[in-house]
Write a protein that binds this ligand. Structure first.
Ligand SMILES: N[C@@H](CCC(=O)N[C@@H](CS)C(=O)NCC(=O)O)C(=O)O
Length: 237
């Protein structure tokens, strides 16, 4: 892939950017993985937040610099990279729509609820963590069933075997793995065989695992996330 210098700026967390790191690794695209260190007082973030050349028009991350073009908003970054990489041109119109729908759903209906759950104790003092965790898990199970059915209807796994790794694949693997980390034994993929197969056999899996192994990090920037996850699993019984 021909491309100008690329910098991906995000926190030293998986969050909204990990799938982009996986994608660049799987597709052997060189990029600068610029990570803002986590700190309980968010000092490293506060030090750059007002520098809009680094934090973009809404002063949030991720920001992707594609040559001298700064891009913000995860769905927009994904759509841009999907086009600029030539991936969009290599699949049918229907598969492009599916790629967009899957990306949107994984960001809004999996990534966001997991982040909200992980931040619950800090952002919503006094909230019933058990109730939030149970409802998030219940809705995630339902949603995984629907995605599973759609992947079968779209013949996603068969088609994925005949093409290069794309962004939605990396995002799907990341969200399955993040859900596994958050819910541990409370979430099984047995009821969703297409998802289980994808998670185990994804062609980009080695690249994803290499990124995770080289730079282990939390899912969110929440201070004490590991303890928070242990508590979530405990309240789920
Ligand atoms: N709509 C944006 C949301 C970006 C966002 O909320 N980023 C968080 C980290 S995941 C952030 O920068 N938080 C710092 C802050 O709000 O000060 C997207 O989808 O990219």
């Amino acid at each position: 892939m021909q491309h100008p210098p690329i910098t991906l700026r995000y926190f030293d967390a998986r969050g909204r950017a990990q799938f982009l790191r996986y994608y660049f690794r799987a597709r052997k695209v060189s990029f600068t993985d610029e990570r803002v260190p986590l700190a309980p007082d968010f000092a490293p973030w506060r030090a750059i937040r007002d520098d809009r050349s680094r934090t973009g028009p809404f002063q949030k991350l991720p920001v992707l610099h594609w040559g001298d073009r700064p891009l913000a908003e995860t769905p927009m970054i994904a759509a841009f990279v999907h086009e600029a990489s030539g991936d969009a041109g290599g699949i049918s119109d229907d598969d492009n729509l599916r790629h967009g729908m899957l990306t949107s759903s994984l960001l809004l209906d999996v990534n966001a609820p997991l982040a909200i759950l992980l931040w619950t104790e800090i952002n919503f003092a006094g909230a019933d963590l058990g109730a939030v965790a149970k409802r998030t898990l219940e809705r995630l199970r339902q949603h995984f069933q629907a995605i599973d059915q759609s992947l079968v209807e779209w013949r996603w796994l068969e088609r994925a075997r005949g093409r290069r790794v794309m962004l939605a694949d990396c995002l799907l693997w990341e969200e399955l793995d993040a859900a596994r980390v958050v819910f541990g034994p409370h979430l099984s993929l047995e009821a969703t065989p297409a998802l289980a197969k994808f998670y185990a056999e994804f062609a980009g899996r080695a690249a994803c695992e290499a990124v995770l192994a080289e730079k282990p990090c939390q899912i969110t920037a929440r201070p004490g996330e590991a303890e928070g996850i242990a508590k979530i699993q405990q309240v789920l019984g």
